[in-house]
Design a binder for this molecule. Sequence first.
Ligand SMILES: *[C@@H]1O[C@H](CO)[C@@H](O)[C@H](O)[C@H]1NC(C)=O
Ligand SMILES: *[C@@H]1O[C@H](CO)[C@@H](O)[C@H](O)[C@H]1NC(C)=O
Ligand SMILES: *[C@@H]1O[C@H](CO)[C@@H](O)[C@H](O)[C@H]1NC(C)=O
Ligand SMILES: *[C@@H]1O[C@H](CO)[C@@H](O)[C@H](O)[C@H]1NC(C)=O
Length: 307
Amino acid sequence: MAHISSRSLCVLFASLLLLGLAVPSCTAWKPEKFTVSDLEHIQAALNLEYLEAEFFLWGVFGYGLDKIAPELVQGGPEPIGASYAPLDLITVDILVQISLEEVGHLRALQKALGPYYFPRVQLDLSNATWGQLIDDAFGQKLNPPFNPYANTLNFLLGMYTLPYVGMTGYVGTSPLLKGAGAKALVAGLLGVEAGQDAVIRRTLWNFADKIVAPYNFTVTNFTDKVSDWRNSLSHAFVDEGLLVPISEGANGQTTGNVLAGNNDSLAFARTAEQVFATLYGTGSASKPGGFFPQGADGVIAKRFLKS
Ligand SMILES: *[C@@H]1O[C@H](CO)[C@@H](O)[C@H](O)[C@H]1NC(C)=O
Ligand SMILES: *[C@@H]1O[C@H](CO)[C@@H](O)[C@H](O)[C@H]1NC(C)=O
Ligand SMILES: *[C@@H]1O[C@H](CO)[C@@H](O)[C@H](O)[C@H]1NC(C)=O
Ligand SMILES: *[C@@H]1O[C@H](CO)[C@@H](O)[C@H](O)[C@H]1NC(C)=O
């Protein structure tokens, strides 16, 4: 809705321009190297970048985009339940960097999308939503419910669940793009998202056999359960945890799986429909929930929500 109104504003601005009036905020947007379809595909990613930015910024700083880059949220509602997490020094160091990378990603999207950029969507990052998500992944009620804000290890496990879905989304979007500008933007975003995922997985790898207190399961159990659950929500095999059957490992020769990939070690791809179905936690892009209680925004997300 918001992007439609800003687009009509742009049409209005364009008419004013014809009358010889200067309208810099709108005319600065020149998406020569993007088709309309490219812009719609890239809109899907904006939802994830908002989600990552808020979760990471809140975790390390105790506040989010409203303080760090209010111009990027365009008045969208505050996230529900996002919180500061007491993290160890090395994680703070890394997360300061990763969280601020997300601000850059949003800025790049704002420049590229112009009137197709939409305000921050309603996000739910509460420990209740996280607890439910992990209960669903394990197929049992954990006691106490999983809280990503409790400590460093829990927060890293929370991080495990996010950038990777975005990364597979970028891999899925890539072959659908037509314009050179769109391809360059998505390659640039994909490169850094993949790097973030690698940093997180490599960090968790240090603790692969560690028990996630107070539960009776290891970090590896956790990643495998979350990945299996994300596969079931995506209705496809597009996800792998830190430990896999040997047939699924690199070149069919290893059970260790610090990076996920198919049998040729190419990154898995998700369609926008699979990305939404996964992050809604419902297995359907038509049924909002999870991190997006009112659903995602953008032309493609809204098409699914209406169907
Ligand atoms: C969940 O978050 C709320 C608000 O941040 C907090 O008051 C509550 O103690 C948390 N619950 C658990 C189980 O961590
Ligand atoms: C904890 O998990 C291990 C390995 O999965 C299992 O052998 C053991 O019985 C479990 N202990 C409890 C108290 O559930
Ligand atoms: C956790 O991982 C261990 C070792 O890989 C495995 O034996 C156990 O069944 C797993 N537990 C759960 C709950 O998946
Ligand atoms: C990888 O290869 C194994 C063995 O041939 C097969 O069972 C499995 O389904 C393949 N996995 C994927 C993701 O294609």
